[in-house]
Design a protein around this ligand. Structure first.
Ligand code: GLA
Length: 403
């Protein structure tokens, strides 16, 4: 009898702990991360202020949930091997910061690395995986971004699987963000290991440039967009392709380029991690980051990554199937001149093999709404005619109106 009770208890405990990790990141994670704007210049003051600003700017209510400290919060390990946060920059400790963030109705994220050192040369997680996972659980960390620097000789799959199982073992539900820059095609294997995985090297705050460093390059948003090929079938609720964090509002792009960047990340069902200084955010940046209609495309419960349907002379047409038979359409003008579009629905019947959905606006009638100007643009019984400015988008939602 005792044995039966023990076996039952064991199964119950395993089941209860597995349950805690289910249903995380069922839509692409949204939040703010310190790296793109502040790099190593992080402190508890900065992170608290970011949390305050997420609330006061309406971003929390628009869906931005995670406040993530990226690299440089950590300075060493103690004699027992436990990670030591920077005592000067984080004098109240990480737990107090997590509590502050939680009290605002937000979630707290942190950064580490699967190698021996982080990309900024701070202590990495290698050899300390359970100790670190245990610390994160104790602090109440809800999100971990795990990088890939100083990982010579390590295997991506093994390293990330190890940390994933340690996080589960530690028992606090946590969104696990893999950041090995697409080096081992994580979309093919990481669905069970983490909730999102970077697909490329780092983003750079420009529309279409390459920023060369000694041994690597960072990429403008159009370059990153072009690298998101042949992987849409791997994205879905609980597991997302991550084309890197947002550069919206960081000054390297014009307002229309920022809008195009944000729209395309929403079409891709990409995680939306704002990376700008929220304290000095312009009204234009705030309007881009909090556009509820555009965010609704990103957060749609079907979780289908958008599809590039056409590319002609610098003008791309992207589609994303949405719940209730709706679709999002985004016309992206990558060229340096304004373009007129004329989209005839009867000539553009599209089948999407990933979602098994077909857009046939000649058989079904859809209402059309411009998600940036908020104007109703009639329905799909007439061809859609509009101007799309250079480096800008026309993004619309098609809502099924009658059969
Ligand atoms: C790598 C990551 C970046 C950032 C830095 C921190 O480059 O890809 O997103 O986390 O490390 O050092």
């Amino acid at each position: 009898m005792k044995k039966i009770i023990l076996v039952f208890l064991l199964f119950f405990t395993l089941f209860a702990s597995a349950q805690k990790f289910q249903n995380l990141a069922m839509t692409p994670p949204m939040g703010w991360n310190s790296w793109n704007k502040f790099q190593c210049n992080v402190s508890e003051k900065l992170i608290r202020e970011a949390a305050d600003e997420l609330v006061s700017t309406g971003m929390r209510d628009a869906g931005y949930q995670f406040v993530v400290i990226d690299d440089c919060w950590q300075v060493g390990r103690d004699s027992m091997g436990f990670i030591v946060p920077d005592p000067i920059r984080f004098p109240s400790g990480i737990k107090a910061l997590a509590d502050y963030i939680h009290a605002k109705g937000l979630k707290f994220g942190i950064y580490s690395c699967a190698g021996t050192k982080t990309c900024a040369g701070r202590p990495g997680g290698r050899g300390h995986e359970f100790q670190d996972a245990y610390m994160y659980a104790k602090w109440g960390v809800d999100y971990l971004k795990y990088d890939w620097c100083s990982s010579n000789g390590q295997d991506q799959k093994e390293s990330y699987k190890l940390m994933s199982s340690m996080l589960k073992e530690a028992g606090h539900p946590i969104v696990f963000s893999l950041c090995e820059w697409g080096s081992s095609k994580p979309w093919e294997w990481a669905g069970e290991v983490g909730h999102l995985w970077r697909t490329t090297g780092d983003i750079f705050d420009c529309f279409d440039c390459e920023k060369k460093y000694d041994s690597w390059s960072a990429w403008g948003v159009m370059k990153i967009l072009d690298m998101q090929k042949d992987m849409r079938q791997y994205a879905g609720p609980g597991h997302w392709n991550d084309p890197d964090m947002l550069e919206v509002g960081n000054g390297g792009m014009t307002e229309n380029e920022d809008r195009a960047h944000f729209s395309m990340w929403c079409m891709l069902a990409a995680p939306l991690m704002a990376g700008n200084d929220l304290k000095s955010m312009s009204p234009q940046t705030q309007a881009i980051l909090t556009n509820a209609d555009v965010i609704a495309v990103n957060q749609d419960v079907l979780g289908v990554q958008g599809l590039k349907y056409k590319s002609e002379d610098g003008l791309e047409t992207w589609l994303k199937p949405l719940k209730g038979g709706d679709w999002a359409l985004c016309f992206l003008n990558r060229s340096s001149e304004s373009k007129m579009i004329e989209f005839d629905w009867t000539k553009n019947v599209v089948s999407d093999p990933v979602s098994n959905r077909k857009l046939d606006a000649s058989a079904e009638v859809f209402k059309i709404k411009d998600l940036w100007t908020k104007k109703e643009l009639g329905n799909t019984q007439k061809a859609l005619k509009a101007e799309v400015k250079s480096h800008d988008v026309l993004m619309v939602r098609l809502s099924l109106s009658k059969k």
